[in-house]
Design a protein around this ligand. Structure first.
Ligand code: PHE
Length: 365
């Protein structure tokens, strides 16, 4: 009870609105957490400069979970119980959003994941939202692109058995690809952190697929690309948003060149929202924003606008406001929150060309 009084006292006296973020800022997925946090910081600084929110300045508490689900859970506990945040932004990886979401739901503090795409994340409860599309859509996008645009009929799959994202996306991809008439000639697995993929690639090579679908994260995908080429596999790799990092090309080098993946946004999008964001992010952080930075920015702005329009930091009011978001003109597209608290929006297909991710096509839901 005393703790509660102290907590209430802090929130009342505070001249700040505190928001929380949890992410992987170190480890094999470090760029995910860093980019997301920086996207949030940019949004926050822009709003603070323009007068803040409900007459107060916004403050961010951000915790690194080192890519560990248990740390992710603890981060959300800390944000809610120690920092008294009004809402939580995060995570990127679905497995870690799935670890953090039950805590936010338990305390009824709104959580918005900018970029977790596994459908189960928002099913953790009515306080859990996302501003991105989900993997049944993303899997369909890549299956149709491979089958209809590239005319491929034979696919191999190589997925991460410890990642909810990778396992789910592979399943949805296979479902659409086989429904279209395509064939899955191999379905191999690895575990996050693996560095040797030769056994799986040997099996895949013997089945002569026309491409390999690798719905993983950039560190493993880069290594898989290299080892595939070392084994004489020449077919393209294809994957999802988990490829998005400038580290993909650093790790994969020439081996990843020409491969395709689906994503949330493209730097080639001419809309002023996108080009202004890229310019401002580059000026602030000195690097080109990836899709995580863009999604983090969108999630933060949606939260701020919701708090502004509901004129309240009451968690229930914020929750109800988030559920109403329609046609938000975001950097990552036009965002509407549906009845499942997911966003309905388009995806883009990109091709790795040297150090750039070249826009290929937009796919609408
Ligand atoms: N969608 C991925 C997941 O759910 C995370 C991700 C999003 C990674 C965007 C990179 C870019 O795990």
């Amino acid at each position: 009870f005393l703790m509660l009084l102290i907590a209430m006292g802090c929130q009342d006296k505070s001249d700040k609105i505190v928001i929380g973020n949890f992410g992987s800022m170190t480890g094999a997925e470090a760029t995910f957490g860093i980019s997301t946090r920086d996207g949030i910081i940019l949004a926050m600084e822009e709003w603070n400069k323009a007068g803040g929110l409900l007459g107060k300045q916004i403050e961010l508490k951000a915790y690194d979970n080192q890519g560990k689900p248990e740390e992710a859970r603890l981060s959300v506990e800390k944000l809610i119980n120690i920092d008294n945040v009004v809402a939580v932004l995060g995570e990127v990886a679905s497995t870690r959003s799935l670890a953090g979401a039950p805590v936010a739901q338990q305390y009824k503090v709104p959580m918005i994941t900018p970029s977790s795409t596994n459908p189960l994340v928002t099913q953790k409860g009515d306080y859990i939202f996302r501003v991105c599309f989900i993997d049944p859509f993303q899997g369909e996008v890549m299956a149709k692109f491979a089958f209809n645009s590239l005319k491929f009929k034979k696919a191999a799959v190589l997925r991460d058995s410890k990642s909810d994202y990778s396992m789910g996306l592979a399943t949805y991809f296979i479902k659409t690809f086989t429904a279209l008439g395509g064939q899955i000639v191999a379905d191999e697995k690895y575990v996050s952190g693996d560095v040797d993929f030769k056994a799986q690639l040997t099996n895949i090579k013997s089945q002569q697929p026309e491409f390999i679908f690798v719905p993983g994260y950039y560190t493993e995908v880069g290594l898989i690309a290299r080892q595939a080429r070392e084994q004489g596999i020449k077919v393209p790799l294809m994957g999802g948003d988990g490829w998005d990092s400038e580290k993909l090309v650093e790790i994969g080098g020439e081996a990843i060149n020409g491969s395709y993946f689906s994503n949330h946004y493209t730097v080639e999008d001419p809309r002023p929202e996108v080009q202004n964001f890229i310019k401002n992010y580059q000026a602030r952080f000195g690097s080109k924003p990836d899709a995580l930075a863009a999604s983090g920015y969108d999630a933060a702005v949606i939260l701020f606008q919701t708090i502004k329009s509901t004129n309240s930091i009451d968690p229930k009011a914020i929750r109800d406001g988030l559920a109403q978001v329609k046609n938000f003109q975001g950097v990552t597209g036009i965002i509407s929150i549906n009845e499942k608290r997911d966003a309905t929006k388009s995806a883009v297909v990109l091709q790795v060309q040297g150090k750039n991710f070249k826009f290929v096509e937009t796919v609408n839901p």
